[in-house]
Write a protein that binds this ligand. Sequence first.
Ligand SMILES: [Zn+2]
Ligand SMILES: [Zn+2]
Length: 324
Amino acid sequence: MEQTGPYLECHRPVGGNRSTKRDLVVDVFLRQEGHLSADDLVELIKKEDQRISRATVYRTLQWMVDAEIARKVDFGEGRFRFEHSYRHPRHFHLICKSCNQLFEFLSSDIEVLIEEVTAAQRFATSQSVLQIYGTCEACRTGCQPIAGTVTTELVFARDALRIAIATERSGLAFYSRAASITRDKRGRQVFRRLADEEREHLSRLEKRYKEVLAQDPQLEDRPPFLFFKGAADGLFAVGAEELSQGVDAKQAFMIGIKCERGSHRFFKRYGERFEDSEGKQIFLEFAEDEREHLELLIREYRALTRRSPSKRASARRSPRRANA
Ligand SMILES: [Zn+2]
Ligand SMILES: [Zn+2]
């Protein structure tokens, strides 16, 4: 257990008797959503078992922080709050100053920027905190927010699927267009095959999206958690645009390779960065799909270069290789 944040102390409860009390504290904590202070937790524990002392709750909270079950957050209220960290990705907070409600979000664009800034200073980051203070919509307008508790995990999964679906749609548009403009027969078949695969992946993702939505009737309308300005239109949109500028089969392959590589890197990079969650799974599985497409495109690009080495040959189809 080498991992602990530098700002944490290690108080580990010892003894078998304590561990049952600890189990209860952990269990009660994990049943809560949101951001609890130590006193909030003490109150909840007292309702379940009067004999558990404040000191035990405090020690167990610290133990959970060390064990990365809980994360300690400071909202500038003069006391810490605690939130789940298991299967709950790191995130930033919006804090309403009138009702003290917290809203969570994650932006990989911001994380990338923080990495750039700290790298430029050769700064070793131990923790980065972004908190935005203000007034929430409910406090400003009196309109009630969408009711019901929802886990960030579910919103995260929804958003990860939305990004994957947008990418898949733009990929489908790209390969359909590539198939329609490619005169090389085998090249055209490859693009058709990829379009079919994208279509199949897309229906798989849409099915999963429906399953996620089924877990909360209002999930679709809840505000986003994950922000990715770079991927919002789908990572193949630029490539599809390039195709309409009159390209040949080789160029179409090159553009496809560039898009698949960009997409694979994007999903792998962020998937690896997220903490264990369904959103992470979605990103990593998608990265794997994209890698397979990338490899197929590279193989086919090489085959195309071999059978049509000159410009003249690529313009007319070679009868010998027509059915290759
Ligand atoms: Zn408010
Ligand atoms: Zn939070």
